[in-house]
Design a protein around this ligand. Sequence first.
Ligand SMILES: *Cc1c(COP(=O)(O)O)cnc(C)c1O
Length: 365
Amino acid sequence: MTSHPGAWVEIDLRALAHNVERIRHLVGPAVRIYAVCKGDGYGCGAGDVAETALKAGADALTVGDLADAAAIRARRINAPILLYGATDPASAAAVAELDLTATLHDVEGLQAFAGLGRPLEAFVKVDCGFGRLGFTPESWPHIFGQIRRAPALHLRGIYTHIGAVDDAASVSRQAALFRQAVREAEAAGFTGLELMASSSRVLLGYADLHLSAVNPGRMLMGMLEGPWAALAQVIPVVRAIKSRLIQVKTVRPDMRIGYGGSTPAAETIRAAIIPMGFAAGLPRVLHGHVLVRGARAPMVGLASMEHLMLDVTTIPGAAVGDEAVVLGRQGDDEITADELSRTTGLELLEIVPRLARGLHRVYLR
Ligand SMILES: *Cc1c(COP(=O)(O)O)cnc(C)c1O
């Protein structure tokens, strides 16, 4: 981290705490909240996201890989951490070393964890129709028995990831299958299991699926879109993505801006350059605006690896050192995450964490 980064992300941990409180309000005091910290906390730092979420009332954490789990444990956080995937046999020892709750989602992983020679807490992940990780229904009668016979495996819960959340009939089919999985587990002798099927939009739209625990990610981070955002009443944790003008100059009509020469300037313009390009996660082709001095500067040319060019012709005072807002407020104007999503053609959940991930982080506490 340098003291004068070319671009940075402002991460609002107070918003994160608010979002946890909002989730608590919706699920009530008895339902456990597993705060999703995967993808390095959606690009905001797994350790900071975990710490803030726990302080605000989350009960446990989830991660998608061992690196994020290690970053959280390095903060001396002892809360339960459920590892979603990564149950490849080779990583079984590391999972136990970090005191994680493993996910059993296939027979190979199950056998690797069972044969580890040390006790391990685990959840079973069942696939009720999403088609990603998880045991499919045909295997349920068999696998719960197999876990029962593995003395090292302490089964603590069952979870699933529900898809097609806008389709109530589909959600209800998936929920019925989940209940069938729970019955299979009970038939094999398991009781008192944590039951979890609510990611953010399930949590918001289907209160009967809160069960014993929920695991919201995008709601925690304030990264919901469309009608779900209005329902959730959460605040974006990525509050701003900013850079600075590092050169401002006149570009004559016979010059071309950037690679490909795809955008010959029709007339003389004032161009400004910011040190943020596709290496920082911006798509090469984009047609949006960046705020400079509270006004909208159109992007011009293709983004290059480390730079993006802006047209500041209509912002007369624009000068080197001016703050350039790629996401967030400046003056009376704002580039919202929804706008950035439209500009880049990427889903909000894809573009915001992707830009946040590589940047210098400024935390607002
Ligand atoms: C990412 C993830 C979630 C959280 O989903 P959101 O829609 O972001 O709330 C829940 N469960 C699993 C298995 C996930 O991978």
